[in-house]
Write a protein that binds this ligand. Structure first.
Ligand code: LLP
Length: 433
């Protein structure tokens, strides 16, 4: 593969194409910097997951798109059409999804500290499930649901004691996390027994999320095993029947050549086998399975195109290439020292003769997009594409230095459409009084 993203190619003009369209043409029409995404690729990724759920688990489950990866009305409409559910994690994401006409019964509302307003918004709109984080939230939810004469359908966020990082995982008994209730201390069991006796709460399921950008099946298999045994224990000890098992997201993607993702359907296949096995062994009913991929649905479908302003060579030290965006549109380097690949849009497969650091335009030394990128020769005015920026870029963008946020351009069936327009200076002052 020439690029880390499947949906890229080199067109007849010699320019980088996304979804068959020349990136420089898109840049001309919509300006730079801009996020450009291949909608067909996003839909293809959804179908890998939904297809696997049908094939390996007889469709007795749902795949949720974890919309923190990229949240806007357009993407919720795509998810609706693809038969996905969604995971939202704030009133803002929930509101956006509802505004896009997303069916509320397929919305799972997460978050470790939901406010009363958020809980009320969820209940008033009949959101499918609320994933409860802790006992305080449980009590507030029971009260709010009671005031409305409703029963809240909930899952509990459980810490299963597995801590998965890229390329490895450990069983730490990881109770030092702000998310959820711990298994091994008995906290999870206690809260579920308590919830089971509450008048306006129906405990439907349990949930865990073990990490992000994971490239192995084993931690997911272990999480499924632990959670299923927990479901078995709840039944044997308390007669509590758990019908839903939500195993979160975290499936790794290819940011650079050294990343080695596995086929996404394999996760559902592996987890299904474990769940079936334990269900039989422990004599518990086969649960409805929920999976929550975010990054793997959108990351590799998107790139960010920038225009080069200057190329600054510091002899013997480093070359800086300055572009017209930066940490405002992609804060992942400054936050996590994330690695990306970048290419010149013109003849992107030309020999990579230079090593340079692509820097943004913010007043901040750490405002870097790609450190020591290997690139073909670059001159001012060239377009550069940073690849695999479809997840956690637009959704994590800021207006630092009062730089307007970028548009999100979707490419589908050989055409481009705006999903989010570029912010204007007028937008920037719109809230100022
Ligand atoms: N479900 C839950 C409960 C989660 O907390 C997350 C991510 C997901 C699903 C989706 O995980 P994914 O498949 O996207 O890895 N800002 C960070 C990522 C934070 C992820 C937080 N939770 C980044 O830019 O890498």
């Amino acid at each position: 593969m020439d690029f880390v993203m499947n949906c890229l190619s080199v067109g007849e003009s010699g320019n980088l194409n996304i979804g068959g369209i020349d990136v420089s043409e898109i840049a001309k029409e919509y300006g730079t910097p801009a996020y450009i995404m291949d909608e067909d690729e996003i839909r293809k990724n959804c179908r890998v997951y939904t297809g696997a759920m049908r094939e390996y688990y007889d469709g007795k489950g749902i795949v949720l798109y974890a919309s923190k990866a990229l949240s806007c009305k357009y993407i919720y409409r795509v998810m609706k059409e693809e038969g996905m559910g969604i995971d939202v994690v704030s009133g803002g994401e929930l509101y956006t999804a509802l505004k896009a006409g997303f069916p509320p019964e397929r919305i799972y509302f997460h978050g470790n500290n939901k406010t009363d307003d958020e809980i009320e918004l969820a209940l008033d709109n009949n959101v499918g499930r609320i994933v409860v984080d802790n006992v305080f939230e449980l009590e507030r939810l029971n009260k709010c649901a009671g005031q409305r004469g409703m029963t809240a359908q909930i899952l509990f966020r459980i810490k299963p004691g597995i801590d998965a990082h890229t390329h490895s995982f450990v069983q730490t008994g990881q109770i030092d996390s702000k998310f959820g209730v711990a298994l091994e201390t008995g906290e999870a069991e206690e809260i579920i027994v308590k919830a089971d006796s509450m008048p306006n709460i129906n405990v439907v399921g349990v949930h865990c999320h073990i990490g992000s950008q994971i490239f192995e099946l084993a931690p997911f298999e272990l999480a499924a095993e632990k959670m299923m045994n927990f479901i078995g224990d709840l039944k044997d000890k308390h007669g509590i029947v758990i019908r839903e098992l939500n195993l979160g997201g975290g499936y790794g993607i290819k940011y650079t050549e050294s990343d080695t993702p596995i086929d996404y359907d394999k996760y559902i296949q592996a987890v299904s086998e474990v769940v079936r096995g334990i269900s039989e062994k422990r004599n518990v009913e086969l649960p409805f399975i929920v999976m929550e991929p975010g990054r793997s649905i959108v990351a590799e479908a998107g790139l960010t195109v920038y225009t080069v302003g200057g190329v600054k060579e510091i002899p013997g030290i480093r070359t800086y290439i300055s572009v017209d965006g930066g940490m405002g549109d992609n804060p992942r380097y400054i936050l996590y020292q994330s690695e990306y690949e970048a290419v010149r849009v013109r003849n992107p497969l030309d020999e990579k003769k230079i090593t340079a650091t692509i820097a943004g335009k913010c007043c901040e030394s750490g405002d870097i997009l790609v450190e020591s990128a290997k690139l073909s020769e670059i001159k001012p005015g060239d377009l550069i594409a940073v690849l695999a920026t479809g997840a956690y870029n637009y959704s994590m963008a800021s207006n630092y230095n009062r730089i307007p946020r970028l548009p999100v351009v979707m490419v589908s069936g050989g055409e481009t459409k705006l999903a989010v327009r570029r912010e204007t200076y007028e937008d920037l002052v719109a809230l100022d009084l």
